[in-house]
Design a binder for this molecule. Structure first.
Ligand SMILES: *Cc1c(COP(=O)(O)O)cnc(C)c1O
Length: 374
């Protein structure tokens, strides 16, 4: 059994993928070919966002977004300590300072109640300017944007949605990737919508920001090729990846439905014995991961070992919160600073998840979890 099975998906659409790669090889426009712009149109329709700018990865999507907002030295950016390193290393890469805000114990997303106290702390310190919240949709579940949008408006902060894991999720009729001033997603192969390499996209309803991003993506290009007007990078998505994503996007809604059914099956079987994921009313996750909470680190590690012996791969997202990572030691955080993030990191365990898990496999995983002597 695979943790995330990409082969079955490939078998379903292999003919179309081959055909679409072949088309790119024929026209030869490998950089910013027509498929890139067709994909951007389709993605912005899906998300219901005015502009979509595809790019080279989810990390570059975050980096370019911060660059478009002119984030740099002297800026404080609030983010979650319970996320993939990319959500914070792009902040320090630009010379700005990440400020972690602890998470909510049931959504694993930034706790809106804790943002304003942190913001006031930074204002009081006086040496940094609070500039933005980089808010992560952990494991596929959108953060509480209803509350967070009020906080960013009131405090004059920009809002960036890190929707790397939540493409396809929603709150009511609003889709993930449509929140904040800018929203970023990733098409890393293991994400809900993945390509066959690295890829990402940025969404915004702000035309000015969109124009800036198009320029940043091509070395800060101005009106023509040798006219460079702002600091940029090489942040483009390959045409071949765009052509693959177009095919994958055409079956994505169906895959989301399948993920939901699988999650329901896991939940029905596992809810008696484990803490299972719960979405708040009106929130729909993309099920990037299906994660249970065990009682403690020892039990979690024992379960993981025993499942592995039975041939069931599991994974831990994320075993070490960011404030304890060596990279951020100079920020002066210590163990105990973000108790919820630390606690969840020690108990969480993600189970195999893909739209193509079958009933026998789900049963096999659930039986191992329910009948195990943990
Ligand atoms: C995967 C991920 C990223 C980075 O995406 P890449 O495409 O791998 O660069 C950023 N943030 C979160 C929360 C992620 O899960």
């Amino acid at each position: 059994m695979e943790f995330i099975d990409l082969k079955r998906q490939q078998n379903r659409i292999k003919f179309k993928i081959d055909e679409s790669i072949q088309k790119v090889l024929e026209h030869g426009k490998y950089i910013l070919g027509p498929e890139v712009f067709e994909l951007e149109d389709e993605l912005s329709k899906f998300v219901k966002s005015t502009h979509c700018i595809t790019c080279s990865s989810g990390t570059d999507a975050l980096l370019m977004s911060l660059m478009a907002l002119r984030v740099g030295k002297g800026d404080a950016i609030f983010t979650s300590p319970f996320t993939f390193i990319a959500s914070a290393d792009v902040i320090s890469f630009l010379g700005a300072t990440p400020f972690f805000v602890d998470i909510d114990e049931s959504s694993f997303n930034i706790d809106p109640k804790k943002i304003e106290p942190k913001n006031n702390e930074v204002v009081k310190m006086g040496n940094l300017i609070p500039k933005a919240i980089l808010c992560v949709d952990m494991l596929g579940l959108p953060a509480d944007y209803i509350s967070i949008e009020k906080i960013t408006k009131k405090n004059g902060l920009f809002l960036i949605e890190d929707a790397a894991q939540s493409f396809g999720a929603s709150i009511g009729i609003r889709k993930a990737c449509s929140f904040g001033d800018l929203a970023c997603t990733s098409f890393f192969p293991a994400k809900p919508l993945g390509c066959y390499g690295d890829g990402g996209a940025i969404f915004t309803n702000n035309g000015e920001i969109a124009q800036k991003l198009i320029s940043i993506r091509s070395h800060g290009q101005g009106k023509h090729k040798n006219d460079n007007v702002i600091q940029g990078i090489n942040g483009r998505m390959d045409t071949i990846q765009a052509s693959i994503l177009k095919v994958k996007l055409s079956i994505f809604e169906d895959e989301l439905k399948k993920r939901n059914l699988i999650a329901e099956k896991y939940t029905v079987r596992l809810k008696e014995k484990f803490l299972i994921p719960k979405s708040p009313n009106g929130f729909q996750t993309s099920w990037a991961q299906y994660s249970i909470l065990t009682e403690n680190r020892n039990q979690r590690d024992k379960i993981q070992r025993e499942l592995m012996q039975k041939g069931i791969p599991t994974s831990i997202y994320y075993p070490m919160p960011l404030h304890l990572q060596k990279m951020f030691w100079d920020l002066g955080y210590k163990k105990g600073d973000f108790p919820v993030a630390e606690d969840i990191s020690s108990k969480i365990l993600s189970l195999p998840m893909s739209p193509y898990l079958n009933d026998e496999e789900i049963d096999f995983v659930c039986n191992a979890l329910i009948n195990g002597n943990f």
